[in-house]
Design a protein around this ligand. Structure first.
Ligand code: B30
Ligand code: ZN
Length: 264
């Protein structure tokens, strides 16, 4: 048995299900959103980030976990507008190789990839005591997915993360960064989104996630996108120097699921 995994190679995504059985389940993420097949659900109201802008005086940390770069979030941040109260846990990114035509997002819309994708992970704190317990439960997690495209202008909010990647080049490294307004990373329209039940997009692929994918994308500059490739998959002790890129899973079968939309 293996407990580690990668995106390509001998323990790459085509092998995940051999070692992590849930990765072969019927409700996996990400998915392609075929917009003509989505179904409008008028009960889906706008989501409300709670305390995202209230960062206090404590710095955040930024961590290279060997598959992505993660910012753990303070426990007072949460998400309203869902059937339960959710508490924020962390946010992280998925990206490609910086080539203009190449993808990098996990979710796709009508078969189209975006350059990168931001995930803000929350757990159901009304029903479960912590993230570890919640991620094994079918109604345990809520993840916000934000598609990131490249544009002409730099996105000032993203510098709050990208400026510090040089300090966490190796897996296992972390750095303290100034706290910032997490809501500034999100699109301005939080009322238009797709909703479906899916999974963690990485092993152990537990089918515990209520996914929200915003229709509005956020834009960063190409220079900013390239900054993500400052980071390596390997730890400092490791001989190989593989650049962290293409850390996204390809879309999984929708099977009998319906993707809902919050707008007609
Ligand atoms: S995602 O948003 O679906 N990409 C986890 C959370 C969100 C997503 C994927 C995974 C998660 O919490 N996984 C379990 C924790 N990890 C530890 C970690 O932070 O680094 C265990 C693991 O994967 O083996 Cu790597
Ligand atoms: Zn993710």
């Amino acid at each position: 048995a293996v407990t580690y995994w990668t995106y390509t190679g001998s323990v790459g995504q085509s092998k995940w299900a051999e070692y992590f059985p849930d990765c072969g389940g019927k409700a996996q993420s990400p998915v392609d959103v075929a917009t003509v097949q989505t179904q409008y659900d008028p009960s889906l109201g706008p989501l409300t980030p709670l305390g995202y802008s209230q960062h206090g005086n404590k710095p955040f940390s930024l961590y290279n976990n060997g598959h992505t770069v993660v910012v753990p979030l303070p426990g007072w941040m949460g998400l309203g507008g869902l059937p339960w109260q959710f508490t924020a846990v962390q946010m992280h990114l998925h990206w490609g190789n910086g080539a203009p035509e190449a993808g990098g997002s996990e979710h796709t819309i009508n078969g189209q990839s975006s350059a990168a994708e931001l995930h803000v992970v929350h757990y159901n704190s009304e029903l479960y005591p912590n993230m570890s317990v919640a991620m094994t439960q079918q109604d345990g997690l809520a993840v916000l997915g934000v598609l990131i495209e490249t544009g002409e202008e730099a996105n000032q909010a993203f510098w709050n993360i990208l400026n510090y990647l040089g300090r966490i080049r190796h897996a296992g490294q972390s750095v303290s960064i100034p706290a910032f307004d997490v809501q500034s990373l999100l699109p301005s329209d939080l009322g238009r989104y797709y909703r479906y039940n899916g999974s963690l997009t990485t092993p152990p692929c537990f089918q515990s996630v209520l996914w929200t994918l915003f229709t509005e994308t956020v834009k960063i500059s190409h220079t900013q996108l390239m900054k993500l490739e400052t980071v390596l998959y390997a730890s400092k002790e490791d001989a190989d120097r593989v650049v962290m890129q293409d850390n996204y899973r390809t879309p999984q079968p929708l099977n009998d699921r319906t993707i809902l939309s919050s707008f007609p």
